[in-house]
Design a protein around this ligand. Structure first.
Ligand SMILES: Nc1ncnc2c1ncn2[C@@H]1O[C@H](COP(=O)(O)OS(=O)(=O)O)[C@@H](OP(=O)(O)O)[C@H]1O
Length: 483
């Protein structure tokens, strides 16, 4: 193992041991983030291809591509579109995925290494190490580090809690008891406490889902008398050290860097800000600082393409490696790739967004924080350089869509008869998918399939590749001497 970077050291120590030391690193961490940290050391690595046909890459890559990855797949945040890129990248290169037995790692329980197929505890065997861990989990660093090396690239994605709430309400209408009891999202947000009961079935889908997925504990005032509704099964959740409350940072939930937010509902925002009292504000800041020490990059769904360019740069991947299609969009969602902000929404919709952000105050803080980090990194990368990479990425995506897809876009599932491409249908909306054009060359067919395959089918494909079914050889044949 090479020299330990502060970040890697923190990962190895685990959240509890970070204790007071993290207070010192927090300051350094924030400064590093502002300066760009490891990001700045990376060379510009995007090779842009001009057409559909593959072109050979440069003889000597400018930097070695990172291939040990931990992607925290958060819910309803565009994470399936990222997963699709990872599936494709790993599949093409024969990388080993740390896979769940089914499709998630024991969610909503905290991640346990034992949930990974083929995982052998340290010293338990000589199996080759995993490259990519990327399926749904509730993050639990200590256990993740049992499976993946501490110098893996850790990343995740967040989405504006207002858009996420719309998506989650539709998708988890029958899964969350709070949502099920409520006639509409507007009714729910009008008086959430009439429907929401901490500890009830699927309640984590109804409030601060991102915070939950990141494995963070709830602030004391949000815990129930019976205890934390999501009891931290991890013995080492990030703890607020005594005295930190005195050094509280003020959190401005409106402080989005770009664009200027247009949240209009003063009442809801005021109540949101008011609820973030000094104590919970420092609790939130503490947890965000901890996430900064663990995660190398957090993408933002509203700036998906900008995020992908930064991802490609950070991983030293080609731009083509991050060009993919949108997955898991619900028909009529309409919030897909749109930037944050409430322009064009009705007054009612704006009020709903403000209420959703206030209700999901921890997620809003998380979102504001990572949105700010993203724009700080964009500044480092260079706005005009980013703009041209984003334009190139979009042009590539459009060319691929025209080349591969019937209609050049996502379709209602009723048109998808080939089960390999029909996304899993769940929730009250229809989940869109893709139909491949006919007459593709064999090579193009293969590549288009990779782009269009939904996450569950792709996981099954990777599973079958990594764990080929054992062929039982008839006894007589197996006894024959080899030629
Ligand atoms: N590229 C991109 N940019 C912005 N938004 C995107 C993107 N890709 C997917 N989406 C939207 O994300 C929603 C699905 O999120 P997930 O894939 O994380 O869902 S899941 O938890 O895996 O079920 C789903 O939101 P809704 O359509 O509002 O439900 C997708 O439309």
């Amino acid at each position: 193992m090479g020299p330990l970077s502060p970040t890697r050291t923190m990962r190895l120590w685990g959240p509890r041991s970070l204790g007071v030391a993290l207070g010192v690193f927090m300051t350094i961490g924030f400064a590093l983030q502002l300066w760009g940290g490891p990001f700045q050391r990376r060379l510009p690595g995007l090779q842009l291809r001009q057409s559909w046909a593959s072109t050979p890459g440069p003889a000597v890559p400018p930097c070695p591509p990172r291939q040990r990855l931990v992607f925290l797949k958060t819910h309803k945040s565009g994470s399936s579109s990222v997963l699709s890129l990872l599936h494709r990248y790993g599949d093409r290169r024969g990388l080993r995925f740390a896979l769940p037995a089914r499709y998630q790692f024991g969610y909503p329980k905290l991640f346990q290494a034992s949930r990974v197929k083929g995982y052998l505890p340290q010293g338990g065997g000589t199996q080759p190490p995993f490259h990519i861990l990327c399926h749904h989990m509730r993050f639990n660093l200590k256990e993740v580090l049992q499976v993946m090396p501490s110098d893996s690239f850790f990343f995740s994605i967040v989405r504006d809690p207002a858009a996420l709430a719309r998506s989650a309400f539709s998708y988890y209408k029958s899964t969350s008891s709070a949502f099920r009891k409520s006639p509409s999202l507007a009714a729910f947000l009008d008086n959430p406490r009439a429907f929401y009961q901490p500890g009830a079935r699927g309640d984590h889908y109804a409030r601060n889902l991102l915070w939950f997925d990141f494995g963070l504990p709830l602030p004391p005032e949000m815990r129930t008398k019976r205890g934390n509704p999501h009891p931290p099964r991890d013995p080492n959740p990030p703890q607020l050290p005594s005295g930190v409350g005195l050094r509280a940072h003020t959190l401005d939930p409106n402080a989005l860097f770009h664009p200027v937010p247009t949240v209009a509902d003063g009442h809801s925002q005021t109540s949101s800000s008011a609820s973030l009292d000094l104590r919970s504000s420092s609790f939130i800041q503490w947890n965000l600082a901890w996430l900064d020490s663990v995660f190398d990059l957090v993408l933002v769904a509203e700036y998906f393409d900008e995020s992908l360019v930064l991802l490609a740069d950070a991983l030293c991947w080609g731009l083509d490696d991050v060009v993919g299609f949108m997955h898991n969009a619900q028909a009529g969602g309409g919030q897909g790739g749109s930037a944050v902000g409430d322009d064009g929404l009705t007054a009612e919709d704006r009020q709903l967004s403000a209420r959703a952000r206030a209700w999901n105050n921890l997620d809003w803080a998380l979102y504001v924080h990572f949105n700010r980090s993203l724009w700080a990194r964009i500044k480092q990368y260079g706005q005009s350089r980013l703009d041209s990479a984003v334009a190139e990425l979009r042009a590539r995506r459009e060319a691929l869509a025209k080349h591969c897809l019937v209609g050049g876009e996502a379709l209602d599932p009723k048109y998808i008869t080939d089960r390999r491409f029909r996304p899993f249908q769940f929730g009250s909306g229809k989940v869109l998918g893709y139909v491949l054009r006919s007459g593709l060359s064999l090579q193009d067919q293969e590549e288009c399939e990779r782009l269009a395959t939904p996450e569950l089918q792709y996981k099954d494909k990777l599973d079958a590749k990594q764990f080929p079914p054992t062929v039982s050889v008839p006894l007589k044949t197996s006894r024959l001497p080899s030629p």
